[in-house]
Design a protein around this ligand. Sequence first.
Ligand code: SAH
Length: 219
Amino acid sequence: MKYKDNYRLKGLRKKLVETVRAKGIKDERILDAIENIPRHYFIDADFVDWAYKDIAFPIESDQTISQPYTVAFQTELLEIKPKDKVLEIGTGSGYQAAILSYLGAKVYTIERQEKLFYKTTNFLKDIGFGVIRTFLGDGYLGLPMYAPYDKIIVTAGASEIPGELVKQLKTGGIMVIPLGDTDIKDMVKLTKINDREAKLEKHGKFSFVPFLKGVNKNK
Ligand code: SAH
């Protein structure tokens, strides 16, 4: 098995948990997930120590693994309960999906970069997260086949709320989406009240790679 963990890296993970906690994350289940999921598996093996800094980091296809604090923050806003059916837009490294799965959610995740999609799908199986259902596609369209979802999380920066995603959310469901016209996005929590109404709340500023349309088969 090419994925190896050790006490030194476990120690770095504990420190990362304390950093994320100090920034305001309170949900112990999320902190526990960060402590137990080896984030260094999700990035290039030459950069192991970088996995335990609270920063985003480059991955395949010019994309990034989100910052641990951002992952924790979005997850906390989702109010995950075990068995929640969750749709993630932007699989990327698979780290956010693994955190959601660790919390007991049934995770469906979509990636638009074909090469990254295959790499992450195989990788998640290799590290024991094969229960996560991965899909190659355009997240703007959601995944109607398995709708409705209890929760939807968008992990790329959007300039609009995709109507299809709101449609695929259950009444009472929560969608967390970084939203805005510039590079720095507002973290928006949308709660669906009924088919015509939703409550929107802003929860601070974050930066993300862009939410792009279509599937990229080249990289
Ligand atoms: N959740 C990821 C974060 C990856 S960055 C992680 O934990 O590592 C955001 C990802 O969203 C990128 O991989 C990008 O390719 C993907 N993305 C952007 N627009 C998309 C779209 N329309 N559909 C699906 N994925 C998209």
